[in-house]
Design a protein around this ligand. Sequence first.
Ligand code: ADP
Ligand code: MG
Length: 249
Amino acid sequence: MSVLDVTGLRKVFGDGHEAIVALDHVDLQVEAGELVALLGPSGSGKSTLLLCISMIVEPTEGRIRVNDQDVFVDGQSRVNVRRYRRENIGFIFQSHNLIPFLNARDNVAIAMELNGVGAREARRRALVLLDYLELGGRAKATPDQLSGGEQQRVAIARALANEPRVLFADEPTASLDTERGFKVMGLLKKIAKERSSAVIAVTHDERMIAGFDTVKRMRDGRFVADGGGAPAHGIEHGGNDETSAEKGK
Ligand code: ADP
Ligand code: MG
C-alpha cells in the first residue's frame, strides 16, 4: 500500500497572461519506509510539489491520497486541512525556523503541545526524540548555541513530533557543509527505515542521494524519466579492489 498516492497533480499560479504552471500533471507514489530524493533545477516545481501535498499551497487539479484516504479530489480538499497537516505531515524547511528563545527540547515539545499533548509528556517525548537524533546532550541549548547541523537536527526532531507518516525535507542540507549534510541525509534514511515513514527530500546536491531508494528529477513542473535508485554503495570505496587485482593476472 502506498502511503502517498498523487495523480495528475497540477498547480497554476495566477491566471491569464501571468499564469505560471508550477506543476503539470505530476504522478507520485511513495511506500512506507521509502526514501525519495527529489532533484531538479531551481524553479522546476520541487517546493510547490511538497507544499501542495502538504496542503500548505492549494493544488489546482489532481488527486492526493494519504494512507488510503482522499485528501484532495477534483479541485477540492476532502479533509480538515490543519488537522491533516498536523496528523500526517512533517515538514523540514531549508532554514530551520526554530523559535530563538526556546531551547532545543522546548522547540520540539511545543510542536506536540500544539497537537494536544500535555506539557510534561511533551517534554519527556521531546527528549526521547532528541536522543534519537543524537542530540540528547544539547537539549538545553538555544538555537544560537547550536551549530547549523545541530539546528537542522532539532528541526527534524520537531518535524517528527507528531509521528507523521509522510516527512518532507526541502533542501535540508543547503546551508550545511558536506559532512553535516551527509549526516542529516543519513538521519532521514534512518527515519524512513525505522519508523516506516515515507520520506521525500529535495536536494541540489547529487552527492547527497547515495542510499536513496528512488530518485525523481523535475523539470518545468514535470518528472523527467526515472533515474532509478542511487547505487547502494555509492559512497563506499575499495570494496572491489580484489576484482581489479584478479584482472591483472
Ligand atoms: P523549486 O522549488 O524547484 O525551485 P518552486 O516550486 O519554488 O521551484 O517554483 C516553481 C515555479 O512556480 C517557479 O516558476 C516559481 O516562480 C513559481 N512559484 C512558486 N511559488 C509561487 C507563488 N507563490 N506565486 C507565484 N509563482 C510561484
Ligand atoms: Mg524550492
